[in-house]
Design a binder for this molecule. Structure first.
Ligand SMILES: Nc1ncnc2c1ncn2[C@@H]1O[C@H](COP(=O)(O)OP(=O)(O)OP(=O)(O)O)[C@@H](O)[C@H]1O
Ligand SMILES: [Mg+2]
Length: 158
């Protein structure tokens, strides 16, 4: 009987915004050339900070700020592809599918704050879960589906 696992996980302590920037630099090759990452964590946990760090590491154009009100920000990447920064928080239980929000791009890097409701649309994805306890942050990365193999290769290098 096969016992191959269908997910894989890695965690790191992220004590400061500077450490978050470092994590963004480390995650950049995992998200390249294209990937979907769903971010979870409490209000003010550092999701936007992590997206900003990834975007900077990838050389994305434009200011990375919270898309809480306009839902989706698109940032051009140096190679002509797009980085999508999405925040589903404001939608509550009324989350539309990614296509309705014009976020369906197999060549894109799609980073979604409060992204758990989109898991069913993206079987091949990363989940970036921020946990905060006594102002002490941990980020856990979990890979699913077709991203598993890329994740395993990446993990051997970090
Ligand atoms: N690793 C970290 N250590 C300490 N503080 C951090 C860390 N990452 C982010 N912060 C700080 O936490 C605050 C909130 O960060 P941020 O806006 O990124 O959170 P968020 O999860 O996107 O919030 P929201 O739930 O409102 O979308 C900011 O002041 C940021 O500088
Ligand atoms: Mg945010």
């Amino acid at each position: 009987m096969s016992t191959a696992s269908t997910t894989s996980t890695w965690s790191v302590e992220v004590p400061t915004p500077a450490a978050m920037a470092d994590l963004g630099r480390r995650l950049a090759p995992l998200l390249t050339p294209a990937a979907v990452a769903l971010l979870a964590g409490p209000l003010g946990g550092g999701k936007t900070t992590l997206v900003r760090a990834v975007a900077e590491a990838l050389g994305a154009g434009g200011l990375v700020r919270s898309p809480s009100f306009d839902l989706v920000h698109r940032h051009p990447l140096p190679d002509g592809r797009w980085l999508y920064h999405v925040d589903l928080y404001r939608l509550g239980d009324a989350v539309p599918d990614p296509d309705t929000l014009d976020v369906w791009d197999p060549d894109g890097i799609i980073l979604v704050e409060w992204g758990a409701p989109w898991a069913r649309w993206f079987p091949d994805r990363l989940e970036l879960a921020i946990a905060v306890r006594d102002d002490h942050r941990t980020v856990t990365v979990t890979a699913f589906g077709a991203l598993l193999e890329r994740f395993r290769v990446w993990r051997r290098r970090v």
